[in-house]
Design a protein. Structure first.
Length: 322
C-alpha cells in the first residue's frame, strides 16, 4: 500500500455531495456506498465528470459494512440513505450501515491515525419536545418505530464515535445535519423539497402530507458543505448542529414552490407516515461561536437554484413570457 499525503475519504450513498468545494490539490478517495443499486450515480454525474480521470482522484465502489483498507488523513463518513423512503425500504441494511459501517470506519481511523467526521442528523432529536433544538437536548425517539433504523442507528453511531474517542484517542467530529436540499439531488429522492420542485415543474399537484403544519428548517447544500469542512478542520469534536434556522410549515413550503415555480399547480393533502416529527429547527449558537459558521442562502434563493438544475434534467424549460 502506498503512503499519500492529504488524503480525504468521502463516503456517500450516492454521488450527491458537493465535490466542488474539495481542494483539487488534496488526494480524494470518493467512496460510494450503494444500497439501492439502481440509484447509483443519479443526480450528480456532471459534478463527478470533472473528477473522473483527475490524477489525484480515485473512485472506489464499496459497501461500507465491509472493512476497507486505505491510507487517509481525513474521513468524511456520510454513508447512509437519508431519505425516509429509502432508509425505510431496507431498515436492516440501514442500521447495519450505521453500526457496522461506522465501526469499520472508526477501525480504519484508528489504524491509520485519521480524523473522522460523522454526519449525524437532526433525527437524533426524534419528535422534539424542546424547540428549537440545542445540542444539549437528548431527544424524544421511538426506539421500535419505522424510523428507528435511522434515528437510533445514528444515535448508536454517535455513541461509537465518542467511545472510540475516549478509549482510543481517535480524533472525532460530529455534525448533526438538518434537512438539506440543493441542485443535483436525486429527482426521485422522495424528500419534500425535491418532490415539490419536480411536481411543480411537471405540472402535478404538490403532495403535502397531513397535517401540513409540521415544520422543517431547510439548509442549502453549499452552506452545509462549508459547515462540514469547517467542523472537520477545526478543534471541536461536536456534536454541532449544522442547519438553517429559517423554519417553514410544509404548507408554507408548498406555497413558496408554487409561487416561484408554477402558480398553476394545486396543493393536495395526502396521508403521512408514522412518527413524523411535528417540528424541527436548529439552534445554531454553537456553530456560530465555535466554527464562525452560519448559512447564507435563504430558502427562496435556494429553491430557484434547484429549479434550474431540475428543469435541465427533466428537460422542461421555463416558459418565456409572450
Ligand atoms: O432532508 C433531510 O436532510 C432529512 O430528511 C429526512 O427527514 P424528514 O424531515 O422526514 O424529510 P422529508 O421526507 O423531506 O419530510 C419532511 C416533511 O415533509 C413532509 N412531506 C414529505 C414528502 C412530500 O411529498 N410531502 C410532504 O409533505 C413529511 O411529512 C415531513 O413532515 C431524514 O430522515 C433526515 O435525517 C434528513 O436529515
Amino acid at each position: 500500500m502506498h503512503i499519500v499525503e492529504n488524503s480525504v475519504l468521502l463516503l456517500c450513498r450516492s454521488v450527491q455531495t458537493n465535490l466542488a468545494k474539495v481542494d483539487q490539490s488534496d488526494r480524494v478517495f470518493f467512496l460510494v456506498q450503494v444500497i439501492v443499486a439502481d440509484n447509483f450515480f443519479t443526480g450528480s454525474k456532471d459534478n463527478l465528470k470533472k473528477w473522473i480521470g483527475h490524477p489525484r482522484f480515485e473512485l472506489i465502489r464499496h459497501d461500507v459494512t465491509e472493512p476497507l483498507l486505505v491510507e487517509v488523513d481525513q474521513i468524511y463518513h456520510l454513508a447512509c440513505p437519508a431519505s425516509p423512503i429509502f432508509y425505510k425500504h431496507n431498515p436492516v441494511k440501514t442500521i447495519k450501515t450505521n453500526v457496522i459501517g461506522t465501526l469499520n470506519m472508526l477501525g480504519l481511523a484508528k489504524r491509520v491515525g485519521a480524523r473522522i467526521l460523522l454526519t449525524s442528523t437532526s433525527e437524533v432529536y426524534g419528535d422534539p419536545l424542546e424547540h428549537p433544538q440545542t445540542e444539549a437536548y437528548w431527544g424524544n425517539v421511538n426506539p421500535i418505530g419505522v424510523r428507528s433504523c435511522y434515528d437510533e442507528g445514528k444515535r448508536v453511531a454517535e455513541t461509537l464515535m465518542f467511545d472510540y474517542h475516549r478509549q482510543h484517542g481517535i480524533e472525532i467530529r460530529i455534525a448533526r445535519i438538518f434537512n438539506t436540499y440543493g441542485p443535483r439531488m436525486n429527482i426521485d429522492d422522495g424528500r419534500v423539497v425535491s418532490n415539490f420542485i419536480a411536481q411543480a415543474i411537471r405540472g402535478e399537484a404538490l403532495t403535502v402530507q397531513k397535517p401540513g403544519t409540521q415544520t422543517r428548517s431547510f439548509c442549502y447544500v453549499a452552506d452545509m458543505v462549508n459547515g462540514l469542512m469547517k467542523l472537520m478542520n477545526g478543534d471541536n469534536t461536536g456534536p454541532i448542529n449544522i442547519g438553517n434556522p429559517g423554519e417553514f410549515t410544509m404548507l408554507e413550503l408548498a406555497e413558496n414552490v408554487k409561487e416561484l415555480i408554477n402558480p398553476e399547480v394545486t396543493v393536495t393533502m395526502t396521508e403521512n407516515t408514522p412518527d413524523d416529527p411535528r417540528q424541527r429547527k436548529p439552534d445554531i449558537t454553537k456553530a456560530k461561536e465555535v466554527l464562525d459558521w452560519e448559512p447564507k442562502v435563504v430558502l427562496r434563493d435556494g429553491l430557484v437554484l434547484m429549479e434550474d438544475d431540475f428543469r435541465e434534467r427533466l428537460a422542461v424549460p421555463k416558459k418565456t413570457k409572450a
